[in-house]
Write a protein that binds this ligand. Sequence first.
Ligand code: ADP
Ligand code: DP6
Ligand code: CO
Length: 328
Amino acid sequence: MDDAARSLISQTPKREPQSFSAYAPSNIALSKYWGKRDKARNLPLNSSLSISLGEWGSHTTVAPSEDGLDHVTLNGESLAADTAFARKALAFADLFRNNCPLRIDTRNTIPTAAGLASSASGFAALTRALCGSFDMELSEPEMSLIARIGSGSASRSLWHGFVRWNMGTAEDGGDSFAELLPYRWDDFRIAIVKVDTAPKSHSSRDGMNHTTKTSPLFAAWPAQAERDCRIVEDAISERDFKILGETVEANALAMHATMQAARPALSYLTAQSWQVLEQLWQARSNGLEAYATMDAGANVKLIFLQDSTDDITSVFPDATVIDPFAGQ
Ligand code: ADP
Ligand code: DP6
Ligand code: CO
């Protein structure tokens, strides 16, 4: 079976690679992608919707190699070609190149593989850098389609702002890519409450596949996630922060419930993550309007509006506050 992303890459004219640098912001799903209908193409079982993380993301340069060998560096450190990280990045470059050796230098301003969506910014930045290096004329939705092959969440990291990844129905993945939503919300804020920034022991990919395969609760997920995605988008377009926050938090907890029911159980959340949630719920019962979302990692992300910033930082003094629309 043909693959839409691979066909698109092979049909687009290219030059010999030149040095090209690109940036992509990481993103946090407000309505999650969890479960695939096609693992090779990262085709999801439901649509998802995210907000970008501003300056938190990946800076990547792709250049021709000077010595005939492939090279990959992460945060200034050279990686052996057989590390999982280098292998995945080079396998992705293989989609574009005709055996020419490349140098890929990437820097993450977020912790790598810690549930802060480094795979999203990483593969989106790599897509942009490869397209630029080979001078390919592709639109952002087309680059989103390609980035999806590297990591599903990367399809949502081509833009700043609210982004929706439509699951699509085509078998070749030709209609499974993301789009920038036309909503700007200047008061919208995100806080990252760091619990554990070390690399996780189960990748999102493995966790997702294990849950899909073994969790009896998973059957209820795709339809609910699709409904949540719609409610989240409507709440954004109507500026209804309460409905938005309640849906975002419920969606994240439902996703984690599918993992707890997996056999054996999978838990990315630690005692400390739950402690942050308890603190949040306590503060919310005292009037603080903030809601939580968690991904495949122990860290907790909060969403709130700008006028709650002081209250958030007084409850969570170590939180990093992100203004996703600043400078956009
Ligand atoms: P995360 O929660 O950080 O997205 P994942 O398990 O989904 O964790 O993905 C982590 C993987 O993403 C890394 O092991 C690596 O393969 C890839 N990755 C992370 N950052 C980059 C980057 N800057 N460039 C290319 N690939 C990256
Ligand atoms: C919990 O996009 O990292 O963060 O497609 O296998 O690379 P792969 O997985 P990935 O999964 C992200 C899962 C999530 C939810 C989300 O970002 O929507
Ligand atoms: Co990821």
